[in-house]
Design a binder for this molecule. Sequence first.
Ligand code: ATP
Ligand code: MG
Length: 259
Amino acid sequence: MLTVSGLYKRFGSVEVLRNVGLDIRKGTTTIIIGPSGSGKSTLLNCINLLELPNEGSITLNGMSMTFSADKKSGPRAVQSFRRQTGMVFQGNHLFPHLTALENVMLGPVVVKRLNKPDAKRHAAALLDKVGLGELTERYPHQLSGGQQQRVGIARAMSMEPTMLLFDEPTSALDPELVLEVLEVMKALTRDGMTLVIVTHELDFASRVADQVIFMDEGRIVESGSPGEVMVRTRHERIQAFVRRLSPHARMDNTESSLK
Ligand SMILES: Nc1ncnc2c1ncn2[C@@H]1O[C@H](COP(=O)(O)OP(=O)(O)OP(=O)(O)O)[C@@H](O)[C@H]1O
Ligand SMILES: [Mg+2]
């Protein structure tokens, strides 16, 4: 469904993505992990064309785009490509003056020119799906962080993308709110949605991922099943990363820092 190959992204003289290639099959969940600054967000942004790659190619649902220094992609092509993916960010960027329902209706009404009654029905069904069927009339400030994030997921789905991209969707949440957002993502995987998720929730990753990708310094160091990448890897960088993030390691760190 998605093939990325030979992707390079530079910001000035800094090379942030270096020859990145990956394959994602329809209906699967891919989790991207890696240290801060390794290029995870940039990769998602390139798949969504929020950032234009300098080199390489991306094929999504049979539609191909090739990037190079002397070739500029037309805004039309970028738009129709971008519409196939929905993006959920760390902090939801909901409109504060619109209700949950209106936030989810906005894209279909404004961009797709869907009539309001249909958009409303569709938005209500999506909010129901993320467990907010009772709270559709609330404004963002009347919702918890986890609930706001779930509105964000419903909003991303409102444009009917073929793939959803999540950039650390739970890292701005209090620990007790993380689970409800993870549950919604898990339900989406059961529905057969194609998901690409950047997260530090390794436990979640090991339970839902079909594919785990470890990035470091702009490269994909390893990709494979959760067991292959997170348990049986021979890369020391990955072993150290996983140790640092696993709950036991965190507990040990806390204990030793208390001593
Ligand atoms: N718009 C930009 N302009 C210049 N440099 C950028 C830009 N966006 C990202 N970078 C740089 O690219 C590198 C990769 O950043 P990116 O945000 O993709 O990392 P990340 O893996 O998502 O990190 P984190 O886990 O902290 O979110 C970093 O060194 C960052 O400073
Ligand atoms: Mg990031």
